[in-house]
Design a protein around this ligand. Sequence first.
Ligand SMILES: [Zn+2]
Length: 200
Amino acid sequence: MPPDPQVVNFERRRVKYAWIYVNYKLEVKVVIPLRFKEADIAAFIRAKSPWVQKKLDHFRKLQTTAPAPASNELVHFDKIVAANFDTSDPSALEKWYRAEAKKHFAQRVAELASYHGFTYNRISIRSAKTRWGSCSAKKNLSFNWRLMKAPEYVVDYLILHELAHTVVLNHSRRFWQLVAKVCPRYEEAKAWLKKNGPML
Ligand SMILES: [Zn+2]
């Protein structure tokens, strides 16, 4: 039985520390170590409650400002555009985004790479919820199809970020200096992703 009406997911698990997670769907998840007593759980949730409220407010505000497409519309590059299929069908929607991402990344990565003198191998489209892109040691790049909903300058930043990894594989000072050189709006793009990424 959840100790708090807002907690939609409550779990006792073999974990070291208790933790609370709030997502953009306004779901609160609590994971409690096996050794915790009822009183400890209540105290933990009480202690974390201001943080949970702050997160919930943050996501509520984001939901009211995020574009809300109808079932014959979708979000493309941060704008609502007309679609010729039922976009309330999640699998049809993902199929459309994947196809669009495949086309867009193939073309735009080639453009930006040749302009800045980067080389790369293969491009693949992924769907990991927490990762926007990656670059392997073999210079294979991957990008998340959800990025097709983000503004174009944010997508360009992600491409340039991964292309910069073909030269510097880590996130050192040298890496960020390279990113700044090829992508002057990188800080703005990073801030956009941090704020709006969970909604994509
Ligand atoms: Zn990186």
